[in-house]
Design a protein around this ligand. Structure first.
Ligand SMILES: *Cc1c(COP(=O)(O)O)cnc(C)c1O
Length: 448
């Protein structure tokens, strides 16, 4: 269940566990586009997403949530590409953002401020001001100090800020420690016992419109029972606040619904909707959920090329041209992504390889995989389930350009983000004047 099992993963030939990712004539296709065809024009590594997979996931989730009246705000941090945001926005999704940068992305993608929720534990005043200017749906506040900042900023702008308090329900999400957010020792949210006083303060402030409560207990949650515990606590809190005469009209139930990285079945959203029904449905609140990973994770692959096969002590290690800077999850969470060769091998897939990236870090290892075809330099592979927290977490470490992103729709594909160029990165940097001329009048060495 936890994703830090650094185990060997089977990639049974043929079955990719995804409707949009299929082998046809031994070649891996995403929807109806052969990935190798894309790789002939787009240099590896690159991300590739299926529009159909994203659409289907959104429609499945919103259908499951419709009977309980909950709406969906996509967590932008999972995949912030404008085309992905646009695709979800066209389906009616709102957005959950955690920074001013994500706010601008959501706006550019065509999402109005009135459909955007601003989450996150460290919002700057400039970000709060911008959110209020664009008519943000709600700001989820995570501390008293932040509440004071919102009061200040709203006061200065002469507007009333719609705020929800993010509750830390002290529930263990049963997930990897680095993606748990709802235990009392986590940095997120406000302790249950501090909520009544803070909500009372918000209610008394003319600059604020306290709309309700928010909760988000963590990510990659496959056993859904922690949701029941958290939402029950929220329901109790709503009843308590209302008994004190405080109005609560919205509940933001957070994200975190898990997917299976080993081709198993992802968390059942029908079961999730049932938990929502049984815990908070009867409170007569507007309900919102904020999934990221569940909507886009299975929809994407990271395509890479084998550079070298080398013998290390007791194994064969395949060095590929994608690294931890492109897909950070294996290195930071010990996550294991499935590997799919772009070409199947008629002789069968029975080879075991450790797959590693080129980055100068020992943790730049994707895992050890059995049942792969014999690999040689120039062969291409796809890491599956890479649509969430892949491109959005990438860095330029080791002087590596951010990978391109490609979107497939039926039999078409389009580059939706060009590969970053080293020139574009270098353009941000200036040589200091005192390096260029040591006799310059602004030479800092003379000032000291
Ligand atoms: C990250 C995050 C989400 C989305 O989490 P997923 O596991 O991708 O569903 C939702 N809400 C908040 C507040 C978050 O920080």
């Amino acid at each position: 269940m936890a994703e830090h099992v650094m185990a060997t993963v089977d990639t049974p030939g043929g079955d990719t566990g995804s409707k949009q990712l299929v082998y046809r004539d031994e070649a891996l296709e995403i929807e109806r586009v052969c990935i190798d065809t894309i790789a002939r024009t787009v240099p590896t590594p690159f991300y590739c997403y299926s529009s159909d997979a994203i659409r289907t996931a959104y429609l499945t989730l919103s259908a499951a949530l419709k009977p309980v009246g909950a709406s969906v705000c996509f967590a932008v941090k999972a995949n912030a590409n404008l085309s992905v945001l646009g695709l979800l926005a066209d389906l009616g999704s709102g957005m959950d953002i955690v920074s001013g940068g994500e706010l601008e992305r959501a706006l550019v993608a065509g999402v109005p401020g009135s459909k955007i929720i601003f989450s996150g534990v460290g919002k700057k005043r400039s970000e709060i001001a911008r959110a209020l200017e664009v008519g943000i749906h709600q700001i989820n506040v995570e501390s008293e100090a932040e509440l004071d900042a919102v009061i200040d900023v709203a006061g200065a702008l002469g507007v009333r800020a719609p705020v929800a308090l993010r509750v830390n329900p002290d529930v263990d999400a049963g997930t990897h420690a680095k993606i748990s957010t709802g235990k009392k020792e986590d940095k997120f949210g406000i302790a249950v016992q501090d909520i009544p006083a803070l909500y009372t303060k918000a209610f008394a402030a003319p600059e604020l419109d306290p709309v309700g409560l928010a909760v988000h207990i963590g990510s990659q949650i496959l056993d859904l029972s922690p949701y029941r515990a958290a939402y029950s606590r929220i329901a109790d809190l709503v009843r308590l606040l209302r008994s004190q005469g405080l109005p609560i009209r919205r509940l933001d139930l957070g994200g975190g619904i898990g997917i299976r990285y080993d081709h198993g079945t992802s968390a059942d959203v029908g079961e999730y909707a049932m938990i929502v029904r049984e815990t908070v449905r009867n409170l007569d609140c507007e309900l919102t959920v904020e999934p990221g990973r569940w909507l886009v994770g299975p929809a994407g692959v990271l395509v890479t090329e084998v550079l070298y096969v080398k013998k290390t002590a007791d194994r064969l290690t395949v060095i590929v041209d994608a690294g931890m800077n492109d897909l950070m999850r294996p290195a930071i969470y010990g996550a294991v992504h499935p590997v799919l060769p772009l070409k199947q091998d008629r002789q069968g897939n029975s080879h075991t390889y450790q797959i590693a990236g080129p980055v100068c870090e020992s943790s730049d290892i994707f895992g050890t995989y059995r049942d792969l075809p014999p690999l040689r330099s120039g062969d291409r592979l796809a890491f599956g389930c890479a649509g969430a927290y892949g491109a959005s977490m990438a860095s330029t470490y080791n002087g590596r350009d951010l990978a391109a992103e490609v979107l497939v729709d039926g039999d078409r594909f389009r580059v939706i983000r060009r590969r970053q160029t080293t020139e574009a990165l270098l353009a941000l940097e200036d040589e200091t004047e005192w390096q260029v001329s040591s006799h310059s009048p602004t030479d800092l060495r003379h000032a000291c």
